[in-house]
Design a binder for this molecule. Structure first.
Ligand code: NAI
Ligand code: MG
Length: 366
């Protein structure tokens, strides 16, 4: 493999630097053993950037992110920054990255490794072998649309309001990502909205159904109401392959699906931008679902697997290194099957290991 792959690494705060540090050991291994050359740059984000520069993300780092082939992100935030004004908060760094890179497609897989069924809140037979992908629209919808605000009413009370809106192009571009994903998976897409009570949902269903007819050849497709989807997820989750939905429903349904797997320390995510028609490249940021976990930061207890699985997604979706991603996921699966557990995924009869020992075992398995 010839061309250098530009990777921007943003560890952030709390356990962010710990889990990113462990993941960089895997990156090193990949570079050496799989003869691929990564061009790695590291930057500050969140509280770490605030401490050094008084802002959660400098313009320089923002520029580096847009020039990188992919960003590997840790986590931001912590009690130290709780009293900062809204614009200076560590989370603003992440929001700026998402916004300026136009990362509209948020991929959150919910996978249950065979040896991890004991961690789910559902019965083993319902989740064993579970592998679903929640695709959430990330830059539109009710979290961003105007008008929004809190206004005074003549009777002295107040009225808080938001706007939910989606345009045809916004629905089509997330829909295309869903169909692409399904083609590489088990070929099924479930599109989720509330077309029974929301006009944006009516349009969403029309556009998605038409897109399936024109571009979804060979793929199984269904529409589902969001409330039903929530119920189906905890009843028979294995009926799903790719679930595509808007920002708000995706926020809720992805948390719900995530917990089917039983541990925050195991959950990766990817956020993708639009594909450049000439280069075929797209902005992308990969991060664990968990936060900076200040309660365990610095104690060598953090589970590095969510960050490593985020790197596996990076290999698959940004670097076209699907085989290497499979290899890493398989190594993690084997180590878990061998009984290695960080404290967060501990069950009786398993060996409790530190962050670094977990990585040692995964490297050995690789
Ligand atoms: P959190 O995800 O950081 O922690 C929740 C619980 O899960 C804690 O008990 C923590 O110890 C545990 N946990 C999380 N990741 C773990 C891992 N890899 N291994 C073992 N245990 C793990 O969420 P919380 O406590 O709500 O937020 C803490 C800070 O993180 C806050 O400042 C919050 O704003 C920030 N945060 C940042 C996110 C991001 O950077 N994307 C996302 C969520 C929260
Ligand atoms: Mg959420």
């Amino acid at each position: 493999m010839a061309s250098n792959k530009k990777l921007l690494v943003l560890p952030g705060d709390g356990i962010g630097p710990e889990v990113v540090g462990e993941t960089l050991r895997i990156v090193d291994w990949m570079a050496k053993k799989r003869s691929v050359s990564f061009d790695i740059e590291e930057g500050l984000v969140g509280g770490a950037a605030y401490d050094a520069h008084g802002t959660a993300l400098t313009d320089e780092t923002m520029t580096d992110a847009t020039h990188a082939d992919a960003v590997l992100f840790g986590a931001v935030g912590g009690p130290k920054y709780d009293d900062l004004p809204f614009e200076l908060k560590p989370e603003r760094g992440l929001l700026r990255l998402r916004k300026e890179m136009d990362l509209f497609a948020n991929l959150r897989p919910a996978m249950v490794f065979p040896s991890m069924v004991e961690n789910s809140s559902l019965k083993p037979e319902l989740v064993s072998g579970l592998d679903i992908m929640i695709l959430r629209e990330l830059t539109g919808g009710v979290y961003f649309c105007e008008p929004r605000g809190i206004e005074d009413l003549p009777d002295g009370s107040k009225r808080g309001f938001d706007t939910q809106a989606y345009t045809t192009p916004e629905i089509e571009r997330i829909g295309r990502v869903a169909f692409d994903l399904a083609r590489k998976r088990r070929g099924k897409v479930t599109s989720v909205e509330k077309a029974n009570v929301m006009m944006s949902g009516v349009l969403w269903r029309q556009v998605m159904t038409a897109l399936h007819a024109s571009e979804g050849e060979g793929l199984e497709y269904e529409n589902m109401f969001a409330d039903n989807c929530a119920m189906q997820l905890v009843r028979t989750p294995k009926q799903f392959d790719v679930i595509v939905t808007d920002n708000l429903f995706g926020d809720i349904l992805s948390d719900c699906a995530a917990m089917l797997t039983g541990s925050l320390g195991m959950l990766p995510s990817a956020s993708l931008g639009a594909e450049d028609p000439t280069t075929g490249k797209r902005h992308a940021l990969y991060e664990p679902v968990h936060g900076s976990a200040p309660d365990i930061a610095g104690k060598g207890m953090a589970n590095p697997i969510a960050e490593m699985l985020s790197f596996a997604m990076l290999l698959r979706y940004s670097f076209d290194m699907g085989e290497d991603a499979d290899l890493l996921e398989k190594a993690i699966d084997n180590v878990l099957a061998g009984g290695m557990r960080t404290a967060d995924i501990m069950a009786t009869g398993k060996a409790k290991v530190s962050t670094a020992t977990m990585t040692d075992s995964i490297l050995k398995e690789l």
